[in-house]
Design a protein around this ligand. Structure first.
Ligand SMILES: NC(=O)c1ccc[n+]([C@@H]2O[C@H](COP(=O)([O-])OP(=O)(O)OC[C@H]3O[C@@H](n4cnc5c(N)ncnc54)[C@H](OP(=O)(O)O)[C@@H]3O)[C@@H](O)[C@H]2O)c1
Length: 383
């Protein structure tokens, strides 16, 4: 059940939560944090629509577009009727949020969707019909034949046929846990081949949206102050000081949908059906940024020194791997940063002949797992 909150309150909540996560992240920046620049408003830039502007990902789109100097001529902010009329500031201008309707996409060039799967399903094809490219954060089209599922550092070639000015189409952003895992595992796969992946996730509240972050904060206050958790509107269990199996629906084989997304999407992104993957996805009471423990079975031998070298030169990957200091990636390292952080890079002693490798990975799933990846895809449309 979702809590009902006024549109203005939701935007205020999202901003307050952003301030909270920034506070938490203070002093924990990675080595390659994004450089802040003003977004580039230019008369010949594309007309950009953000669908789901009041949500956790929608708010992050604004920051990423600004940080990356994304060119645009006009910007349109969409959400549900609940939010229509509320205001959003971007790049020195104040925009009035509009209700998302079919006509929202008339004359638009690129739509960044983060308003949930049913909205993407209904309005994504409408936008494309009107000549507007869609980069979709939901799972609506990820496994649809003909829709590229893209991580720009991994498989940009999948969307090479889609360019602004050409025939419009949908590009799907993979699931956030899949993106974070594959940013680290793909360089290893390219070097020696990966035959099997065993992954366990530790997923943050922000993966479930702005209201889930708010609930974790509220529950934490309640437990600390009153000794009792009273607010359980987003999740049916106490989240503060607890963890539980991911809230995605269970499927017939005993895996939940989040776990099966990691399995299916990896095969599509790598265009490699024979990779064996098993996943266990867990929600942990972290505000923002997912962590993943990843065990690999390799086709060809690779020692841990070489693995570290490969990962050190991989685009979008930073290493935090100091055994002497017991210093490895944490969600706070990743919070607000573009890169995926990798550590605990070690030989799996249970697999002989250097054919097994263990990694621990952290990535900001609202950023690289959603908004940043989508904006990078939009950038590929411009090239
Ligand atoms: N959070 C993540 O880390 C993450 C990562 C990858 C992918 N995603 C995907 O991105 C999407 C958004 O996630 P989120 O975390 O940003 O969720 P969220 O914080 O709950 O935000 C949802 C957004 O969708 C809008 N919306 C809801 N119903 C709508 C309707 N009928 N018409 C138009 N807009 C509507 C909401 O507008 P109102 O405020 O008006 O209700 C809000 O802007 C989901 O599909 C999610 O699976 C999220």
């Amino acid at each position: 059940m979702r809590a009902t909150t006024s549109a203005r309150a939701r935007i205020a909540n999202a901003n307050a939560l952003k301030a909270t996560t920034k506070r938490i992240a203070r002093g924990a920046r990675g080595t390659r944090g994004a450089v802040r620049v003003e977004a580039k408003r230019t008369a010949d830039g594309p007309k950009v629509v953000i669908a789901g502007i009041t949500g956790a990902v929608g708010q992050e789109f604004l920051r990423v577009l600004k940080e990356r100097d994304f060119p645009y001529s006009e910007m349109k902010m969409l959400a549900s009727a609940r939010s229509a009329g509320s205001k959003v500031d971007f790049d020195g201008e104040t925009y009035v949020v509009e209700e998302l309707t079919e006509s929202s996409f008339d004359g638009q060039d690129i739509a960044l969707f983060s308003a949930g799967g049913s909205i993407s399903k209904k309005f994504g094809p409408v936008a494309v019909e009107k000549g507007c490219f869609v980069v979709d954060n939901s799972s609506a089209f990820r496994m649809t034949d003909g829709v590229p599922l893209v991580i720009p550092e991994v498989n940009p070639e999948a969307m090479a046929h889609l360019k602004l000015g050409g025939k419009a189409g949908i590009i799907a952003n993979p699931n956030c846990s899949t993106i974070i895992a594959l940013m680290a595992v793909t360089p290893i796969h390219r070097a020696v081949g990966v035959e099997r992946i065993v992954v366990s996730t530790y997923q943050a509240a922000s993966g479930a949206g702005a209201l889930a972050m708010k609930e974790l904060e509220q529950q934490t206050r309640e437990v600390v102050n009153d000794g009792e958790c009273k607010t359980m509107e987003i999740f049916q269990w106490q989240y503060a000081f607890n963890l539980f199996s991911h809230n995605a629906p269970m499927t017939e084989n005993g895996y939940n949908e989040e776990e099966m997304k990691m399995v299916k999407e990896t095969r599509k992104i790598w265009d490699f059906k024979d990779v064996n993957i098993t996943a266990t996805c867990i929600r942990v009471p972290v505000m923002r940024a997912h962590a993943e423990s990843i065990n690999l079975t390799l086709k060809n031998p690779l020692d841990e020194v070489k693995a570290k070298e490969i990962l050190s030169s991989a685009a979008g990957v930073s290493i935090i791997d100091d055994r002497a200091a017991n210093r490895f990636p944490t969600p706070l390292d990743a919070t607000d940063n573009d890169d995926v952080y990798v550590g605990r890079i070690r030989q799996d002693i249970s697999q002989p002949n250097n054919k097994g490798l263990d990694l621990f990975v952290c990535g900001d799933q609202i950023k690289k797992g959603a908004a940043l990846n989508a904006v990078q895809c939009a950038e590929l449309l411009l090239k």
